[in-house]
Design a protein around this ligand. Sequence first.
Ligand SMILES: Cc1ncc(COP(=O)(O)O)c(C=O)c1O
Length: 353
Amino acid sequence: MSRFFTPALAALTPYTPGEQPQNRQYIKLNTNESPYPPSPQVCRLLDEEKADDLRLYSDPSAAVLCSAIADYYGVQPANVFVGNGSDEVLAFAFQAFGKGRRMAFPDVTYAFYSVFAALFGIETRVVPLDENLAIDPADYFLPGEQVVLANPNALTGKVLPLTEIERVLQAHPDDVVIIDEAYVDFGGVSAAALLDKYDNLLVVQTFSKSRSLAGARVGLALGNAELIADLNTIKYSFNPYNVNRLSMKLAAAAIRDTEYFNTCCARIIADRDFTAAGLRQLGFDMTDSMANFLFVRHPQISGRDYYLRLKEQGILVRWFDEERIRDFVRITVGSHDDMAKLLAVTADILQAD
Ligand SMILES: Cc1ncc(COP(=O)(O)O)c(C=O)c1O
């Protein structure tokens, strides 16, 4: 830390992203990326792209992309906001709706929520998951605080049904409830279906997982037009060109290609089930994940050792050195071959122990 860093942020612990190794080829199952390339329509557009166009700024209103997203969800473009990854969308939402207020979220969830809160000086109420690592919606009925829930929840992959999300929304008529649906396309049901009924609902999604565009950095929010206007106020006070020209075009093509999207999601779901069955046979237990990852532990081997042994064998997964979840590792669902390899290597590791 330099001696110039503002004391207000001196205690900030930044988010630790999953490893992105540049020096060795791993089977990369650590950051919930898609094992499949983006839609062929996206690849075609990229091939046709002219470098000369990069002279020009992107459309700050992101009109083409917002209307493609609006068509997909059956809402109006005024109900859509786009950002540089859903991390940015969430950061804007925390600033717009959390600053000077309190935000509630679970203890085991997407780690960025507490980082944003610290960065923006937002008071938090961190609510422990129950003993089954599930969210109890009744823990979020306290009016006067904003709520952010990942659904499926990050790390566990567990899903809250929409009826439970509705109970949270109803308990908060004067607060914003953010539902982060980064993993919803792998078996969850989107709260976008509730947008007509609740003006306090903000649904956040990403192109990084189910649409294979993590490197393009595009995220979105759906909500009442006034909530979206508030996000735009933050955006135009920070970086009007937050999504670059190329990513905007590619994301619009990706969301229009529903057939390819459905095929990829179905494959990932099938391979999640295949992997879960294989790991259970090897003695693992796991949360009931509806995401593109599994959160697993084994009575015979610690989370840390399993992570390290897999890494030695060229397979990268994610281990979190945190109370409550230290025994677990999170494994992204890759291609079928990746998962077959993971199972074979895991069997060897357990046998050698
Ligand atoms: C729950 C959750 N929300 C949001 C994000 C951010 O995704 P991105 O910024 O790539 O859209 C992630 C990334 O892993 C996540 O797990």
